[in-house]
Design a protein around this ligand. Sequence first.
Ligand SMILES: *Cc1c(COP(=O)(O)O)cnc(C)c1O
Length: 429
Amino acid sequence: MSRTKSHEIFARAKHLMPGGVNSPARAFGAVGGEPIVFERGEGAYLFDVDGNQYIDYIGSWGPMILGHLHPAVREALHAAVDQGTSFGAPTERENGLAELIIELVPSVEQVRLVNSGTEATMSAIRLARGFTGRNKIVKFSGNYHGHVDSLLVAAGSAAATLGVPNSPGVTPGTAEDTIVLPYNDIAALDQLFEQHPDAIAGVIFEPVVGNMGCVPPMPGFLEKIREHCTHYGAVMIMDEVMTGFRVAMGGAQQLYGITPDLTTLGKIVGGGLPIGAYGGRADIMGHILPAGEVFQAGTLSGNPLATAAGIATLKTLKETDPYPKLDARTKTLEEGFKAAAAEADVPTVTARVGSMLTLFFHNEPVRCWDDAAKCDTARYGKFFWEMIERGVYLPCSQYEALFISAAHTDADITKTIEAAKQSLAALKK
Ligand SMILES: *Cc1c(COP(=O)(O)O)cnc(C)c1O
């Protein structure tokens, strides 16, 4: 496969943008080599600037659950463009998207639209603090909630101690108000709430982690977060930026039957355009300006194009209910990966929830970041490039879940499994 044009464009990009990219996840830092520069996407496929075709398992990191260039989304966007692209004033489409979110996401009574997942989580934790009058936010290591200062925090040396910054530019003062716990660790959660019964404003978490590879919650873990938040008066913030409209129409909260106080959304809710949203209990949402006093604003929030794409995506999901099919196809892929790894004698484990899947290069189940950190990431990098050469575009990191869209066919899955067989066998050479 030749990628001469990709190489040339990226060489220029490196002079123009830090690292040549506008977001580090796409820079291929975790797999080595240079990112591929794309020209267009259609259905389950991406086409690079050199004319190579790939089956896409990133889906823009989640949003493209209907596949690229879905006719309904395309038509909605064309119609919206012809009416003007931004007014900074109320539009009816904002009601349309808000109504769909409130209808589909079980716990959401009121919602505020923002422009990214990061904005949604940042605003939700501010609201949790404003609502409770408390300072501390609890998060779990290996969970990602966007680049919010106070969430770019790693665990301190002892468990359940104050967080420490994990990026230059995040001050120790900011990090101090974040407490980091291991994911799926119920005992650590119990202990923390006992130690700080009155200090915790909220707990933010991924209900199925997608940002250390796919890591499902263990039985009882989500229930325990709910129980403690209720008992101690902390706000339960379910970060469904990735899982919302992905693992089920109503997100992970519907799949697991857990009702959070606040939910953050992004990715699919914008259908491939920049949107985020946060919503939940009306009595908490009522504290947001101008109904209440917690400040949060946005010049482009509720943008006509983004709401048009979001409405078209959610409506199509509602009308077509692709979830059983997505689940079945992803299961086939998971089983294909397992069989291929066994045949090639490469130690791996898989984890899957609906159409989120990860093939971990590790020989034990991954339940938390300490487990995930033991994966053979160099081997994943080799596997990634072997798959690229066979026309399959997987996440460019061991620590990202792959996604299947409604546009992926059985033939795409079969082809991908065949590619995986050859790629895993090639790792042994
Ligand atoms: C992607 C993601 C975010 C951040 O969303 P952006 O739109 O990239 O700012 C937050 N939380 C989770 C769980 C995510 O997967």
